[in-house]
Design a protein around this ligand. Structure first.
Ligand code: AMP
Length: 450
């Protein structure tokens, strides 16, 4: 299947696809669209960047447009649930693009902003509702949304929903879905709980597997730099200024880390912006806009905030800290090397992160080669910045001890999405528990369901 015409899509949709400049369907589109057009359920193992949004959006648009359905206040015909506001917005944008020649209305429902406009749009009537779970349940509870007309349900990035603690919300939503419906379920990874959820939701689904490790990882030039904690910020700034870096995303594990790295880069005259879960929706939108429009060269982000970020032309991804979950590594580096472009991913690895690196390499099935460049040795390991900002200074012994007694790092020091306080460490060093978990996984011989 190598062109959109052969997918039996309606002329208005084909025209929109041509306008968008797409030439060939991606693997997930070629596999999922025909099945979805036949109103089959779909179980897609695919991450952002594979074209999965169009894989569900095009059949939804076609189904609703060809059925000639009108809208009814508060009763959408299709519901797409996504874990983050950013992802919901990107899905909304894609509905806009593919539906530009159709009369299909959609609305975005997400938290962190007032509900007034969202409610107004629901009252006016929409075909497609794209929502994050919390606000969706909230508005359902207020009787602004009824699902009795709903024909198509999509659960996007199910594994991320689980990581973010949304499973109970999702179960509540699934319970009130009409029995007669088409469901599509997308997840980048398929751990046991996600498989169970899919089984609960789907009926005789068509399986579409474009697992991340086979999608774009080979297109990305991956390198690792072994260094010490204190060398990371100056070396990062050095790499970004080296000349070959266009738009770049820097990943940190914690919100605090993200803020501190961004501050350092700014002080070193690098235009940069930051997104993490503590920022208001407006601040996150502004940050994304600055990055998209290339006013900011660098986006510093935590995993959760960056989830699903879809920006073309990202030349480099820097892993300032390695993720403790190998799958997360693939999500991160998948931000570069999009749509066939060659991307570069450079990961920093400090001594306690070696376990994580081994895990990642095991999953990839190859060793990540060291970058040819090496950081300068630091005269004094603690003085990484010429002018450290107050938030960046290492806490005094007393402050450290006090914080330890209180039970650990502050919320912003913890990997985003992590619920419990673990070991107190500066600079988001991997916690003992995380390292132990990585060791155990290795010992057990990691299975896909881990
Ligand atoms: P997604 O995985 O849905 O987030 O899509 C990733 C990016 O690929 C988006 O920017 C889409 O606009 C783009 N895209 C989706 N399908 C295609 C295609 N068939 N050809 C080229 N680009 C595409």
């Amino acid at each position: 299947m190598n062109d959109f015409e052969s997918l039996q899509l309606m002329p208005e949709i084909l025209e929109a696809i041509r306008d968008a400049g797409y030439e060939t369907p991606t693997d997930v589109q070629a596999a999922a669209i025909p099945a979805a057009l036949e109103e089959r359920d779909v179980l897609g193992c695919a991450q952002t960047g594979t074209g999965k949004t169009a894989a569900f959006a095009l059949p939804i648009l076609q189904r609703l447009a060809s059925g000639g359905f009108g809208t009814v206040a508060r009763r959408p015909l299709a519901l797409v649930v996504a874990p983050t506001r950013e992802l919901a917005m990107q899905i909304g944008e894609q509905f806009e693009v593919y539906g530009k020649h159709l009369d299909i209305k959609h609305v975005l429902i997400y938290g962190g902003v007032g509900q007034g406009r969202q409610v107004q749009a629901l009252e006016e009537g929409v075909h497609v509702l794209v929502a994050t779970p919390g606000r969706l349940l909230d508005l359902m509870g207020q009787n602004y949304i009824y699902l009795n007309r709903m024909q198509v349900f999509v659960l996007d990035e199910a594994d991320r929903m689980m990581d973010m603690g949304f499973l109970p919300d999702i179960r509540k939503i699934i319970k009130v879905l009409p029995l007669r419906r088409q469901s599509m379920f997308f997840s980048a990874t398929m751990p046991k709980k996600i498989v169970q959820l899919a089984e609960q939701l789907l009926y005789d689904p068509v399986h579409v597997d474009v697992s991340p490790t086979h999608v774009n990882v080979e297109l990305i030039d991956q390198r690792v730099v072994f260094l010490d904690f204190a060398q990371r910020k100056p070396f990062l700034a050095q790499l970004i200024k080296a000349g070959d870096v266009g738009q770049a995303i820097v990943f940190t594990r914690t919100r605090r880390g993200a803020g501190s790295v961004a501050d350092f880069l700014k002080r070193n005259d690098i235009d940069c912006t930051v997104v993490h879960g503590n920022k208001s929706q407006n601040a996150r939108n502004q940050a994304m806009e600055a990055f998209r429009s290339e006013k900011a060269q660098v986006l510093v982000a935590t995993d959760l905030a960056a989830r699903g970020i879809d920006v073309d032309n990202v030349s480099h991804v820097f892993n300032f800290e390695l993720p403790s979950e190998p799958e997360q590594y693939v999500h991160r580096i998948g931000r570069t090397g999009r749509a066939g472009a060659q991307g570069i991913a450079i990961s920093f690895c400090t001594p306690p992160e070696r376990e994580f690196l081994r895990e990642i390499e095991r999953m990839l099935g190859f060793e990540i080669l060291p970058d040819a460049r090496e950081p300068d040795p630091l005269p004094a390991p603690e003085s990484t910045t010429l002018n450290p900002s107050p938030g960046e200074r290492r806490p005094s012994g007393n402050r450290r001890r006090r914080r330890n007694r209180r039970g650990g790092r502050r919320a912003t020091d913890r990997p985003e999405g992590e619920q419990s306080t673990e070991e107190t460490q500066e600079n988001a060093r991997p916690t003992a528990a995380q390292r132990k978990a990585a060791r155990n996984r290795r010992r057990r011989g990691r299975s896909k369901d881990d």
